[in-house]
Design a protein around this ligand. Structure first.
Ligand SMILES: Nc1nc2c(c(=O)[nH]1)N[C@H]1C(S)=C(S)[C@@H](COP(=O)(O)O)O[C@H]1N2
Ligand SMILES: [Mo]
Length: 426
């Protein structure tokens, strides 16, 4: 069995499959996962804040940046994770399957990490296309898996720390002809010592079949020129793959790349009034109620309720703001909004600017039919009950008769088709 596993590793030997490459790719992958974790937590707490939390309302495009980064880093994980798996794959063939407690920890944490992260980035990508072919709720599972990933990553890094630190800054071993003649005899890396018993990496070198009892987890030889070329080729392939998947999707949020946004699910400027639409009035089943002549916006923020018709809202002082819609799915779009400052409206209705609000839409079903807004957004001068978008009366698809628009918030909380605003009792 041991021999079989050894032969399997010998067959899979490649100059790019070495600890240095595993560290180089692993570093990038770890960074991408940490970025996803941080930006993901931020997005999570914006939507489900703990009672004591308040959030910055400036810069107004903050969420556009954090969530755009979340999706871009998540997409970059696909080629990085595949590259990492390619590099370490031969280590799967180890016999006995577990050699020590540390080895058990290492293998178990990797199994968990690989499984969880493949599911995580796959359902995340599918979510950006609003496609849910899996039988579990996206949000909860995506959130829970993030902790499994970060936990198993911490164990993995802990176990591999000696190998990682040895290869973190290690300069690539120069090709033989580049070495100074005097050095040649003296430069003996541990791998040189093992080379005799190891399967050949480079093509054309004699393959030593002899097997000592030693089980070596990595196959690494003194690099020859072809090996160096193929390492460079491998890194170039990984870099180009990352650049391609990121470059061809990031335009959905990062305007300069709009022209090459081939795969992003949303395009800048495509949609009513030049803004993409997420949930339509038909999907939300508000087409009739939103166009009803007797529509009013009711505020229950003071002692009594006060209702405003659309004409009454239009007659109040209007404010113009430039704010993006920044969807959790990673697309964003800058837009010009015109409407009544929320804090003025709350004031008119006898409410306090320090109360948190509940925003209730005409929608009867659906996860975002009502949302909550912390008082930091209520007080902000950029927060509007919007009546116009990009110079025209708000389109039905963008929330006519009135919608909320506030700085720094995820799109899901920019409630369309407003019906009622209530103060949340502290
Ligand atoms: N009532 C209601 N408002 C809503 C939604 C919804 O489903 N129902 N979707 C939200 C989401 S997820 C986003 S990204 C924004 C998109 O606004 P837009 O369709 O005007 O671009 O609206 C938000 N407002
Ligand atoms: Mo959204």
């Amino acid at each position: 069995m041991r021999r079989l596993m050894y032969e399997a590793r010998a067959q899979l030997a490649s100059p790019v499959r070495n600890p240095r490459m595993a560290t180089v790719i692993g570093r990038l992958l770890g960074l991408a996962f940490l970025v996803c974790f941080g930006t993901g937590l931020y997005s999570h707490f914006l939507q489900q804040p703990l009672p004591w939390m308040t959030f910055p309302t400036r810069p107004a495009g903050l969420y556009q940046v954090t969530q755009g980064t979340h999706i871009v880093a998540g997409i970059a994980c696909f080629p990085l994770l595949l590259a990492k798996l390619y590099v370490v794959f031969p280590q799967l063939f180890q016999y006995p399957p577990v050699t020590s407690f540390a080895n058990f920890l290492e293998r178990a944490s990797i199994a968990l990490f690989v499984g969880a992260s493949l599911v995580e980035i796959t359902i995340g990508l599918l979510n950006t296309y609003q496609w849910y072919p899996f039988p579990f709720p996206f949000k909860q599972v995506h959130f829970a898996l993030a902790f499994v990933i970060i936990g198993s990553l911490a164990v993995h890094i802990g176990v591999k720390l000696p190998l990682i630190s040895a290869n973190w800054r290690a300069a690539p071993v120069p090709a033989p002809e580049e070495r100074h003649p005097v050095d040649t005899g003296n430069v003996e890396t541990p791998t040189d010592a093992h080379a005799e018993n190891e399967p050949s990496a480079a093509e054309g070198l004699p393959r030593t079949r002899g097997l000592t009892g030693r089980v070596l987890s990595y196959i690494d030889r003194t690099p020859e020129l072809p090996a160096r070329t193929s390492r460079r080729g491998f890194l170039t392939t990984v870099a180009l793959s990352v650049a391609a998947v990121v470059g061809l999707t990031a335009g959905q949020t990062f305007a300069p790349l709009d022209g090459v946004n081939l795969f992003g699910p949303r395009k800048k400027g495509v949609g009513q009034q030049g803004v993409p639409v997420n949930r339509t009035s038909a999907q939300a089943k508000v087409s009739t109620t939103a166009l009803a002549a007797d529509w009013v916006l009711t505020l229950a923020v003071g002692g009594t309720e006060r209702s405003f018709s659309r004409a009454e809202l239009v007659a109040l002082p209007q404010t113009d703001v430039e704010l993006p819609i920044a969807c959790v799915e990673g697309w964003s779009q800058m837009a010009s909004w015109r409407g009544v400052r929320l804090r003025d409206l709350v004031d008119l209705a006898g409410g306090s600017p320090d109360a948190d609000l509940r925003l209730i839409s005409l929608e009867q079903r659906g996860g975002f039919k009502q949302t909550e807004m912390g008082s930091e957004y209520v007080r902000d001068s950029l927060t509007l009950v919007a009546l116009e978008l990009n110079g025209e009366t708000l389109d039905l698809e963008h929330g006519y008769p009135a919608r909320m628009i506030a700085p720094g918030r995820p799109g899901v909380l920019q409630t369309k088709w407003l019906s009622r605003i209530e103060a949340i009792k502290a």
